[in-house]
Design a protein around this ligand. Sequence first.
Ligand code: PLP
Length: 349
Amino acid sequence: MSTGRLTIDLDAVAANWRALDAKSDPGVQTAAVVKADAYGLGVGKVARALAAAGARRFFVAVAEEGAALREALGPGPEISVFGGHMSGDTDMIHDLGLVPMLNSVEQLTRHFEALPGHPFGIQLDTGMNRLGMEPPEWATLRDLILSQNPRLIMSHLACADEPTHLMNRQQLDTFHEMTEGVDVPRSLSATGGILMGPDYHFDLTRPGIGLYGGLPFDNAAPVVTLDLPVVQIRDLAAGESVGYSNTWVAEHATRVATVSGGYADGITRHISNKAVMFHEDTPCPILGRVSMDLITVDVGHLKGDPKALTLLGTHQTPDDLADVGGTIGYEVLTQLGARYARYYARGRG
Ligand SMILES: *Cc1c(COP(=O)(O)O)cnc(C)c1O
């Protein structure tokens, strides 16, 4: 093994979907968000595992992502596109049977002109000011849009990772006001909203990060393990330095392992001199700068020389590593590089 080994536990993904599905009433449909190549984990394999677990409805960010997903899933499951109907997407939306979530008057016009009768949904902006129609716009067009039978009306919460944030209640109220009396399935919640309870569930939920083992779903089964092989080991005397710009200098003699992996693999430089890797249960501090393809690690306290060290796993989740690097688990996962050997495991040994 010369590149990192990224193991993705598909049974854990399926178990996380079932666990989130079990948090809402049986009448509420639980979809699956698999945008960004299923948060970096491989949309084909992940989506098939989710479909086998029972997911029937999938969301992607842009129409192009719908192509790989349709190929993986076949014709049955519904694939919706958060970004809506963008210019140039008409053929893809038509040929792949995608359901765009229309976000603006511009998109509505494009969709109704180019693909009359083709299924669509509506995204409303309830305060995040990112995507969706604003309340006055919606009020004007509501009856016209409803006459075209939208499949779904959705909005998105800005602060669902903080359940006590006042914004959640505000957006919930706004969503109720905007959709009162509407006889169309409604959806407001991603992972965070599901955890805030049934008031937020409506007819359909849209979990993403929780499926992949990430916060705010703190009971999630861990999904990823990242092992990096040791390329070389050397002994250092006190006073010697390690890596670019000599940012780490040995205070006493130690032994340093150089492992294969770096910022070209999505491992951020911001964890230099801060994060640890693991040899079984033992933490091994990263010494010096993370470089493009290599990381240097203190193994002086281990009994023998390790063949590989673990960066992500049960001892250090993507969220743990994100904390050290000043980011969030979502970013750690979606940055994972193309160079790893990927193994799709069923069940954890
Ligand atoms: C990404 C996204 C989701 C999934 O969010 P998670 O926090 O990953 O569960 C749901 N809805 C929309 C509109 C999104 O952009």
